[in-house]
Write a protein that binds this ligand. Structure first.
Ligand code: SF4
Length: 258
């Protein structure tokens, strides 16, 4: 009985493998035909649609923090000139969002959110994505949007327990200061117990980092940053900037500080 069973499986397997080989040979012979008019391709049309939606979202974001004394966290952790120009040119920001590296990062994050939702539904946390916050500091208001906030039921209702910032790249010394400053802003804004950075990499292992308790920023630090913008904020920033043409601060480093 056993022999017949194995014989039967082997025969099926042989036919299956033969089928695959015939298919592979067929594909090799025909090869892929590259679309010669990309603008007519379905992919191009979809990316166009995504770009239009990104413009709309960029305009919505501008409405969210468009007043004079309102600053977004990203205004304070990046070059101020670049941020202002991005805000004035939502079309430009949208173009950045469909660039392959940025677009892939956005798509990755959307997929990850689904996994996070499923996972945190099994825990005591209540996950919130693109979690908006607002904090008054002197005559200014700072607004921000954390990637993920994990809420927990406390004695006085729901409270932000953990903020998670997601980066689709490895932690490196180059980006470290910027990551830390961004996380410290969230700590200052949301007063969360834990501030985590999750770094995902396609070539290395995924890692979690936590901002330790002794690190923090205060109102004076934030006001100082608002009133004395750095342009650029980081040494590496001009290299990736779309507004280098005619910029008086380009590669200015510390000299770019007003
Ligand atoms: S070129 Fe540099 S300084 Fe000028 S806007 Fe861009 S990042 Fe800022």
């Amino acid at each position: 009985m056993q022999m017949i069973f194995y014989g039967s499986v082997k025969t099926d397997m042989c036919l299956y493998i033969e089928g695959i080989l015939i298919f592979v040979q067929y594909v090799e012979r025909e090869k892929f035909i590259e679309c010669d008019d990309m603008e007519e391709s379905l992919l191009y049309k979809m990316m166009d649609f995504i770009e239009e939606n990104s413009i709309k979202r960029a305009k919505d974001r501008n409405n969210f923090h468009g007043e004079d004394n309102v600053f977004h966290v990203s205004d304070l952790v990046y070059c101020r000139r670049k941020q202002m120009l991005m805000r004035e040119n939502p079309e430009m920001s949208a173009k950045v969002s469909v660039q392959p590296a940025v677009f892939n990062g956005i798509v990755f994050e959307i997929g990850l959110r689904q996994y996070m939702q499923d996972y945190f539904d099994t825990t005591e946390y209540i996950p919130r994505f693109s979690y908006k916050g607002k904090k008054k500091v002197g005559k200014y208001t700072v607004v921000g949007e954390a990637d993920v906030a994990l809420l927990k039921e406390g004695s006085s209702g729901l409270k932000v327990d953990t903020i998670i910032d997601i980066k689709n790249r490895v932690m490196s010394n180059k980006w470290k200061d910027y990551y830390v400053l961004q996380l410290l802003f969230y700590k200052w804004m949301f007063n969360a117990e834990h501030i985590l950075l999750w770094c995902f990499s396609s070539s290395a292992s995924h890692k979690e980092w936590e901002i330790s308790d002794e690190n923090s920023i205060d109102d004076d630090f934030v006001i100082n940053l608002i009133e004395h913008p750095r342009q650029p904020m980081w040494d590496w920033e001009c290299k990736y900037c779309k507004f280098t043409k005619g910029c008086p601060y380009i590669n200015g480093g510390k000299n770019g500080r007003e």
